[in-house]
Design a protein around this ligand. Structure first.
Ligand SMILES: Cc1cc2nc3c(=O)[nH]c(=O)nc-3n(C[C@H](O)[C@H](O)[C@H](O)COP(=O)(O)O)c2cc1C
Length: 370
């Protein structure tokens, strides 16, 4: 049945297929991953939170917190909803999302289409009791906001009580000026706004503390990365999500949609995002939690991200291109690879090969043994 659903979805325009997937998961219809047979334990603890496994659904799929419970049933140990903006906004004109199946890639310029924080809060409250995994709430600024940093404060203050962790997303390429918040000069103010949002919600000094993660772009210079890591450590940020979509276009990218404006994700992002993750890992030296995103569609890719230092791994494009069996498959591949490597928990491989090319080579070779 799911094979048929995936085939039908592929015939729909990308945004219609996205909507169909949300409705399906809202009704909790989706394949359940088979029980793991390998003798490994995939549990992970990061920032004081316990995750059943390291794999999560990245932000952008469940933008309005409508189907996170159904998504968790696909096998994800955590789901990050959002990006949620304080006020509702329509996003960019359609079409604004494109599949590039030949390249296993997606280009999107959704532009933070959001029902706004009040609608999201209602959904989060309604569905809280049925939740089975860790929930992240990813927030951003409205496109026409006169004071974008205040938007982060407002969204955190409104939504933090429903979240296990909060992500400040300053790396979407589709909101003009947003990525400028990644510069050192703005970062301290942004992170302070996140903290003051928690304080307004009465959660800043709560125990356990509510973790804040920062989501960064893959198109940063090494100098920017150094400043981001140090600002995060100084501000008490719990983790960095590396990375969002890229503005870069590899030369080999061709086909009908290759020239569309927007952020590129999926397979062409994998190596660059893993390199940025490795760089953040080296610079943060275990002072921050690390979440690797970008181009994961197989267990070996998740394995490589953990090898360079990720605690958790997220994906989105793989799900859109391959369908709802993907998370279960990746968990099985990950467990089998750990078994073949003689390790029993993800923490035992985390940060063991910091050179990204070497980590990718190792993970690929290990995958061939399973
Ligand atoms: C269609 C689409 C919409 C996205 N929307 C968001 C978003 O609203 N907020 C966000 O932080 N990231 C968003 N992302 C980025 C993903 O969360 C992820 O960081 C990126 O796509 C890399 O992972 P992937 O290669 O597995 O897709 C979006 C990605 C896609 C493909």
């Amino acid at each position: 049945m799911w094979g048929l659903f995936a085939k039908v979805a592929k015939c729909l325009p990308a945004e219609a297929a996205h909507r169909a997937a949300i409705v399906t998961l809202q009704h909790n219809l989706g394949p359940r991953p088979a029980r793991l047979t390998a003798k490994v334990n995939l549990k992970v603890s990061v920032a004081g939170l316990d995750f059943a496994n390291p794999l999560g659904l990245a932000a952008g799929f469940d933008k309005n917190a409508e189907c996170f419970n159904g998504a968790m049933q696909l096998g994800f140990g955590h789901v990050e909803v959002g990006t949620i903006t304080p006020k509702p906004q329509p996003g960019n004109p359609k079409p604004r999302v494109f599949r590039l199946p030949k390249h296993q890639a997606v280009i999107n310029r959704y532009g933070f289409n959001s029902h706004g924080m009040d609608a999201a809060a209602q959904n989060l409250q309604k569905m809280a009791a049925a939740r089975t995994g860790v929930l992240g709430v990813n927030v951003g600024a409205n496109k026409t906001s006169p004071a974008p940093i205040d938007d982060y404060h407002r969204a955190v203050a409104r939504l933090a009580r429903y979240a296990d962790y909060i992500t400040l997303n300053i790396s979407s390429p589709n909101t003009p000026g947003l990525r400028n918040l990644q510069t050192k000069q703005h970062l301290a103010d942004l992170l302070a706004a996140g903290r003051s949002g928690l304080a307004e919600a009465g959660l800043d000094s709560a125990l356990p503390a509510k973790p804040i993660f920062l989501k960064i772009a893959p198109d940063l210079h090494p100098g920017d990365l150094a400043a981001i890591v140090e600002s995060c450590v100084d501000a008490g940020v719990s983790g960095i999500i590396a990375t969002n979509t890229t503005l870069a276009r590899p030369e080999y990218l061709d086909g009908a949609h290759a020239a569309e404006t927007g952020g590129l994700s999926g397979a062409p992002l994998f190596e660059a995002a893993t390199a940025i993750l490795a760089d953040v890992s080296r610079r943060s030296d275990r002072r921050l939690g690390l979440i690797g995103a970008g181009g994961v569609a197989h267990g070996w890719q998740a394995y490589a991200k953990i090898l360079v230092g990720a605690d958790l791994v997220q994906l989105y494009s793989g799900l859109a291109l391959q369908g709802p069996h993907l998370p279960g498959q990746i968990l099985h591949q990950l467990a089998a690879m750990m078994d073949a490597d003689g390790v029993s928990a993800p923490d035992q491989i985390k940060g063991q090969i910091v050179d990204p090319a070497a980590a990718i080579k190792y993970a690929r070779a290990l995958c061939e043994k399973i």
